[in-house]
Design a protein around this ligand. Structure first.
Ligand code: UDP
Length: 139
């Protein structure tokens, strides 16, 4: 059982393809409450810092270029067991392996341009939320 908050980003591909509304609808229909949200664009420095754990991976430069090429929607979501339930809602990193009906199965192109981010632990949810939001922006 995970805690009651997670962090998400609707990634540039899903924004470009006009899927913000449909994705937010799926998130709220699944019982998540939006407690913080902003439409913003990551700088190169932001993306490098956010994905620092992947900096030695071969896809790192491509990931930073992708995540900075256009706006994203960042949000903090609240629900019992938020991290685990949200990872189930978005599906596997690679949409080819994602379960039917998951957000990545519906809206992602491939393992890189995969439509949406979801924190993978309570600890990372807290770090990622603090990276994007000040306390006064969380309701
Ligand atoms: N990624 C990629 N190529 C890969 C694996 C991951 O471009 O082979 C990107 C993809 O956008 C993914 C992000 O790097 O969402 C972070 O990877 P992670 O393994 O943490 O997957 P996630 O937690 O997002 O499912």
């Amino acid at each position: 059982m995970s805690g009651n908050r997670t962090f998400t980003m609707i990634k540039p591909d899903a924004v470009e393809n006009g899927h913000i509304g449909a994705i937010l609808e799926k998130i709220t229909a699944a019982g998540f409450k939006i407690v913080a949200m902003k439409y913003t664009q990551l700088s190169k420095r932001d993306a490098e810092q956010f994905y620092a754990i992947h900096k030695e991976r071969p896809f790192f430069d491509e990931l930073v270029a992708f995540m900075t090429r256009g706006p994203i929607v960042a949000a903090i979501l609240e629900k019992d067991n938020a991290v685990d339930d949200f990872r189930a809602l978005i599906g596997a990193t690679n949409p080819a392996e994602a379960a039917e009906g998951t957000i990545r199965k519906l809206y992602a192109k491939d393992i890189g341009e995969n439509a949406i981010h979801g924190s993978d632990s309570d600890e990372n949810a807290a770090i990622e939320s603090a990276f994007h939001f000040a306390g006064r922006e969380i309701f």
